[in-house]
Design a protein around this ligand. Sequence first.
Ligand SMILES: [Zn+2]
Length: 199
Amino acid sequence: MNSNKTTPHILPNNPKDLQSIDLKSGTTYLGQGALDLSSFPRLSQEIASDSNLKPSQVHWELSTWFEERLGGIPLQYMHLRLAVDLPLSCQACFQPYMESIDSDRDYILFDTEEEAENWDLDEENQDAEDALVAPETFNLLDTIEDELLLSLPLSARHTPGECKAEDLEKVSKKLKTGSEEIIIQKPNPFAVLQKLKKQ
Ligand SMILES: [Zn+2]
């Protein structure tokens, strides 16, 4: 038998509905879908819009649940999984490339900033879920956008081996040395072994 007292409320894949979710209802939520990037104006500003590369939809998956704690009211948890492919400008060669973002996080939802801060400051919770302040009408769309903005690379770059800037470096090395051979730095295998031993 299922021990859950309530059946989860299924969230629709609709930007407007996702902007106001009643988290105080005591019900649990479940939902998934894919939304166009146009629903996320702040994130849209971060992409390389002049490129031929087109962003994917933002895929989202959410579930909430309650967990009892000793001597207190149950805590409300939220799991949020996000995935999107975005064209970004490589900071090395200034060409657009596709960055795959995949974010998977658990939160504990609190009513007030103070409660959330107390949770985060408690050393016992260092490795646990992140605290999130969830007002009466919770805006999931904003939370998705915040999370994706935080997941953007600090310095956007091609994956190694695919960047034009690396080719230029090789060419300039070749010109400097006058050699026909392209110099590629290989890690010393013994150094790698030493490093492994230390771990
Ligand atoms: Zn590059």
